[in-house]
Design a protein around this ligand. Structure first.
Ligand code: FES
Length: 154
């Protein structure tokens, strides 16, 4: 099955669900790693929406990507408990270390950086997740070690 077939099939499974567009887009991103712009017309047709409406939803929510993520998705918690423990400075460090901005991907395609709003480790903040594996009490040096370890393992 190609991307278009996969996206169409996922969208079709959600057309009778109230508010089905968002879960359909989540399903497409889970399956394809992003929501390619060339599947938007097919998704729009399934939901009897315009392409602009579907594109608007994809671009409104930072969670959705129109392009593939880097090999490592690094998320830095930016919710209150982590902010109180230095998450803003950690995010700045992450941007420099990874070579990309928030919601961006490094030029070599290695890393994508996203903020996340609570990883459930508030008592051990600041926290990060690397490809969904969570880590607590992160210092800049620990951040570098974790990212390097994940890079070598991937
Ligand atoms: S606020 Fe960061 S893990 Fe909860």
């Amino acid at each position: 099955m190609n991307n278009l077939d996969i996206a169409t099939s996922i969208a079709a499974a959600h057309t009778n669900v109230p508010g089905g567009l968002l879960p359909a887009l989540h399903g497409i991103q889970d399956a394809l790693g992003h929501v390619p712009s060339d599947v938007v017309p097919a998704v729009a047709e399934q939901f009897n929406l315009s392409r602009a409406e579907v594109h608007g939803v994809v671009s409104y929510y930072h969670h959705f990507r129109s392009t593939p993520a880097g090999r490592l998705l690094v998320q830095v918690c930016s919710a209150e408990a982590c902010k109180a423990m230095g998450a803003d400075a950690l995010l700045e460090h992450a941007k420099k270390h990874l070579g990309c901005d928030v919601h961006g991907t490094s030029a070599d395609g290695q890393y994508s950086l996203e903020p996340v709003f609570c990883l459930g480790l508030c008592a051990s903040s600041p926290a990060i997740a690397v490809n969904d594996e969570v880590h607590a009490r992160i210092t800049p040096a620990l951040f570098d070690d974790i990212v390097e370890e994940a890079r070598q393992a991937s």
